[in-house]
Design a protein around this ligand. Structure first.
Ligand SMILES: C[S@@+](CC[C@H](N)C(=O)[O-])C[C@H]1O[C@@H](n2cnc3c(N)ncnc32)[C@H](O)[C@@H]1O
Length: 222
């Protein structure tokens, strides 16, 4: 059963700011200037939707945004956001069930993948991968463990909390970087926040031809 953030929608942002200050926001906005003008953008797991307002500060108009969020309560809050003159198509369902064409110049997955175990992560990442145009950019932000003891303590506390409140399925972080690598993506830029506990990466695929096929570690995929 997928995680359901309905129960946390009303306090999610306040709790996040209480624990992490602005770090989670700063990480998610860091690469937003990479979004080209007049582009087609997919956001998956945007939570309460504040990222729509941050995007509108950079591009007040001209974007076609598809906003996929599984939680009805998160979606209700997102719909109230000031999105400028950008066009937003709100889809309230699990992204893996949404039929999305390969039309996006930019895909954004902010703290989405730490909800999944390795098997489900592989399915969902591949599903989203099919929606990115050749040459498109994928902005992913997640937690990571870099060996500092306090990271493991915060992570376990968060997973326990969200397992009880939102039924998050995993007890540990999946290897997101490995999954991107397996699917042929290369990191074009990255930045860490909050003592390296948070990492945001801009990925691109090595594209050959007109579709999302690529050579990764000598292996043809896609
Ligand atoms: C950890 S929260 C992060 C929210 C937001 N990105 C933020 O940092 O404030 C993860 C979000 O992903 C959504 N989500 C989880 N699984 C999803 C799925 N399969 N499809 C779409 N959204 C999903 C949850 O409802 C939740 O709003």
């Amino acid at each position: 059963m997928p995680a359901n953030y309905d129960n946390s929608a009303s306090f999610y942002d306040r709790l996040s700011r209480l624990v992490f200050g602005r770090a989670l926001v700063n990480a998610q906005v860091y690469f937003l200037p990479f979004i080209p003008k007049n582009s087609n953008v997919l956001i998956v797991g945007g939570g309460t939707g504040w990222i729509l307002e941050e995007i509108a500060k950079i591009h007040p108009a001209g974007l076609q945004i598809t906003y996929v969020e599984i939680s009805a309560n998160m979606m209700a809050l997102s719909r109230k956001r000031n999105t400028g003159s950008n066009q937003v198509n709100y889809i309230n369902m699990a992204v893996e069930q949404a039929k999305l064409p390969q039309q996006f110049d930019v895909v954004i997955t902010p703290f989405l993948f730490d909800n999944f175990n390795e098997v489900n992560l592989s399915v969902i990442l591949r599903h989203i991968h099919q929606t990115l145009k050749p040459g498109g950019i994928w902005l992913n932000t997640d937690f990571q463990l870099t060996g500092k003891w306090w990271q493991a303590v915060i992570l376990k506390s968060m997973l326990l909390f969200f397992k009880v409140v939102c039924r998050v399925e995993s007890w540990r972080l999946p290897d997101v970087a490995k999954q991107f690598n397996t699917n042929g993506y290369k990191v074009v830029d990255e930045k860490t926040f909050f003592g390296e506990f948070v990492v945001t990466r801009a990925y691109k695929m090595h594209v050959i031809g007109n579709d999302n096929t690529a050579i990764s570690a000598g292996k043809r995929i896609g």
